[in-house]
Design a binder for this molecule. Structure first.
Ligand code: GDP
Length: 305
């Protein structure tokens, strides 16, 4: 079994690589929930949805949220009725939020609700929302405080990011720690280190568990050729004082990941105690994804736990 730490774009692409190499039962994914919100129709857990849809082979790969081929009749009708829904939520995607909201209202934990939704969609991998509690990312900008949806969608990633705060304290989900302890190796995927991975690392005990086994933890750079492959990760990195380069990220992860993978177009560097590996890390095609997953498996071949 292997375990990935994931947000909602970079790591799901890599997950598609591992899905070509391993049966889903051998994969667990601990997913960021710091962007979860209640909406009038239900509960949105954007990264969990993306990971579940990826595993169910339903994900819309143009946007990395929502379901491929979805329709937007409800969204359009809401706008016609004068209801301001700034997220473009598809009809099928909305059904997931309705079900999750109902399950949570009935008292199930997010972990249990995710298990039910995953099973209903035929997913066999273990999808573990990072916590059943509440931890939220709050972004302080020159236009005031906002959540990531507001920053990305309402404001088109334009505001200056002054600070990123994690609000709330929570324990990791029930299955999370064992998934991190028992995996042959752990992959910190190429997700945004600040808004996707930091919330997971902030949970009680997570850093310690990874630090104890850091020789079998690998992180993949979300930056290639000096900039993020997509999205505003560099703005967030600067705001929390991490140098927005592969080296800066390798240093940030050094206490939890003994291996770091960078792209061939970035220069080799050394950070104390971290083995830096180079390969192609841009994942456009099915092949790219499989090759990167194979490369990562190769790092741990022989020394498997
Ligand atoms: P979010 O939850 O939608 O913000 O998505 P993530 O945090 O999971 O991923 C966002 C990060 O993925 C960005 O910083 C991108 O640079 C990175 N990313 C996207 N596509 C790729 C890719 O093909 N390769 C690598 N290495 N990183 C990628």
């Amino acid at each position: 079994m292997i375990t990935l730490l994931s947000g909602g774009t970079g790591t799901p692409k890599l997950l598609q690589g591992f899905m070509q190499l391993l049966p889903q039962r051998e994969i667990a994914v601990v997913v960021n929930t710091a962007e979860d919100v209640w909406l009038p129709h239900g509960h949105l857990s954007p990264d969990v949805d993306t990971v579940v849809y990826t595993l169910a082979e339903l994900i819309n790969e143009e946007t990395w949220y929502g379901i491929q081929g979805d329709t937007f009749a409800t969204h359009e009708q809401l706008l016609r009725l004068g209801f301001e829904e700034f997220m473009n939520i598809g009809d099928l995607d909305r059904a997931t939020h309705i079900v999750r909201g109902e399950l949570l209202r009935r008292g199930l934990t997010l972990e249990e609700a995710t298990r039910r939704i995953s099973r209903a969609l035929g997913v066999q991998a273990r999808v573990l929302p990072m916590t059943n509690g509440e931890v939220r990312s709050v972004i302080r900008t020159d236009l005031g405080e906002m959540n990531l949806h507001e920053f990305l969608i309402k404001h088109g990633s334009a505001p200056e990011v002054l600070e990123v705060k994690l609000v709330g304290e929570a324990r990791p989900c029930e299955g999370c720690i064992s998934a991190l302890e028992e995996a042959e190796f752990v992959v910190i995927g190429p997700s945004n280190p600040v808004t996707s991975i930091m919330p997971i690392l902030s949970l009680e005990g997570v850093r310690e568990v990874l630090a104890d086994r850091r020789e079998s933890v690998v992180a993949v750079s979300p930056l290639v050729g000096g900039k993020p492959v997509s999205g505003p990760a560099d703005k967030f990195l600067r705001a929390v004082g991490i140098e927005p380069t592969p080296r800066g990220i390798a240093e940030f992860y050094a206490d939890v990941a003994g291996h770091f993978v960078i792209d061939l177009r970035d220069e080799q560097f050394s950070v104390g105690g971290v083995k830096v590996h180079r390969t192609g890390i841009i994942m456009k095609t099915r092949e790219d994804k499989r090759r990167l997953a194979e490369f990562i498996m190769g790092i741990f071949a022989g020394g498997r736990r």
